[in-house]
Write a protein that binds this ligand. Structure first.
Ligand code: FAD
Length: 396
């Protein structure tokens, strides 16, 4: 099989490269240790970031898949892949509209598209997601947050947890139970609410890497207009599933890992103490990671090629997500092992890492990537999807 660009793809890649040459401020080279889900938001205030964002908005590349009328660029899946590849190759932060926008594009009404999509493109709305609850994570359909209809409003009561970036967001979308009598996958609705609605409050959850990414989110008699339901009332489970398919397809992107691995290899090659020439183990381990990087890329390409044919990847997105997130943990383990004691020195928001090779990024990556196999559905849940929908095995 020939994976080389077609002439049209090569021309598009050239356009992307030239755009980066002209517009990308090198000071924004992304720190791979920072969670991309909150990175754009954290960096949102800087002048360089504002300029970069504006350049992407002008091209429509902030929402590459969307039609032009909503601020997108109508790029084909392969063109989106090329854009992602070149973004990762530069080490540029990914600046994209949130997946909730793509979900509204599929399930939302025309009014909702007009109301919610343009402010996302302009970066005026920042979203967080209210799926998980203290008693409902993998078994999400058991969620208990209730929304009771009262005239033209729903009144929400309940609690969400692990809400990434809720402290930075001005909107939330939440799955809520609107019919407690129905079987658990029915009777759920996908609702949108401004974070400053009276009755919504948050409490931070600080992680082991000292980052504050998560929150608990509480709803006490929160009134949300019924018109803020996306898709049919009581059919929100399927709207949420579309959202997760978008999220898993993009979490599985492997290009950034390939770049990270290349940087590690360059570092080890240029460091005599790594004893690459005398000891087999590190060479063999890096070779394994290199093979895995190629496999991860193939998984991503499979997802992209399905999207290009108008199909919605499902267990294929689960394969890419599980493999790529476990692979990121193996890269971090390899790197920290190769660096010996220095492998434990961190460089991140809380630690300067100045005494460590490569600024201490590997110890931080070692800690940060632990959560990658949990977020967006755990590796076990991805394997359940692969087993049942991919292999046709019975449910456990
Ligand atoms: C970085 C990060 C960001 C997140 N952001 C958000 C967010 O913004 N919004 C949000 O709503 N949630 C968010 N989450 C929560 C995430 O979706 C849940 O943590 C995840 O779905 C797992 O649920 P849980 O933590 O309740 O674990 P549980 O569901 O309690 O699982 C515990 C363990 O049991 C295993 N297990 C459970 N069921 C099965 C099964 N049927 N078969 C085999 N094994 C099983 C799991 O794999 C896991 O190892 C985030 C999580 C992380 C780590």
């Amino acid at each position: 099989m020939d994976f080389a660009d077609s002439p049209e793809q090569a021309a598009f890649r050239q356009e992307v490269v030239e755009f980066f040459d002209k517009n990308f401020p090198e000071e924004l080279v992304a720190d791979p240790n920072i969670d991309p889900r909150t990175e754009g938001r954290r960096r949102g205030g800087g002048e360089a970031m504002k300029k970069w964002r504006a350049a992407l908005v002008e091209k429509g590349w902030i929402a590459p898949a969307w039609p032009k009328e909503y601020g997108g660029a109508n790029l084909s899946p392969m063109e989106q892949f090329i854009l992602n590849e070149e973004t990762a190759r530069r080490g540029a932060p990914t600046v994209r509209v949130p997946d909730v926008g793509s979900t509204i594009m599929v399930h939302g009404s025309e009014e909702q598209k007009k109301e919610f999509l343009p402010p996302m493109v302009r970066g005026e709305t920042v979203w967080c997601q209210g799926y998980s609850e203290p008693g409902s994570g993998s078994d999400l359909a058991s969620l208990q947050t209730r929304a009771v209809r009262d005239g033209d409003d729903f009144v929400i009561n309940g609690q969400k947890i692990w809400t990434s970036g809720a402290h930075l967001a001005n909107w939330i979308f939440a799955l809520v139970r609107t019919d407690p009598e129905a079987p658990k996958h029915r009777g759920i609705t996908y609702l949108l609410a401004p974070m400053d609605t009276p009755g919504i409050s948050i409490r931070p959850l600080v992680q082991m890497n000292d980052a504050r990414g998560f929150n608990e989110t509480f709803f006490e008699d929160v009134r949300v207009p019924v018109k803020n339901a996306v898709g049919e009332i009581n059919r929100g489970w399927y709207v949420g599933a579309t959202h997760l398919d978008f999220e898993r397809s993009s979490i599985g992107q492997s290009v950034g890992h390939t770049r990270t691995l290349g940087e590690l290899t360059d570092f080890v090659k240029s460091t005599p103490q790594s004893r690459l020439g005398q000891v087999d183990a590190p060479r063999l381990e890096l070779a394994d990671r290199y093979v895995e990087a190629q496999v991860a890329t193939l998984f991503s390409q499979r997802v992209i090629s399905m999207q290009a044919r108008g199909l919605i990847p499902n267990y294929e997105a689960s394969m890419a997500k599980a493999y790529s997130t476990e692979f990121s943990q193996r890269i971090a383990r390899t790197a920290t092992r190769l660096l010996g004691l220095y492998g434990g020195v961190r460089g991140d928001e809380a630690h300067d890492g100045k005494n460590a090779p490569m600024g201490g990024r590997w110890a931080t990556m070692y800690l940060s990537t632990v959560s990658a196999t949990i977020a967006g559905g755990t590796s076990e849940i991805q394997r359940n999807v692969i087993a049942t929908r991919g292999l046709g095995l019975p449910r456990g």
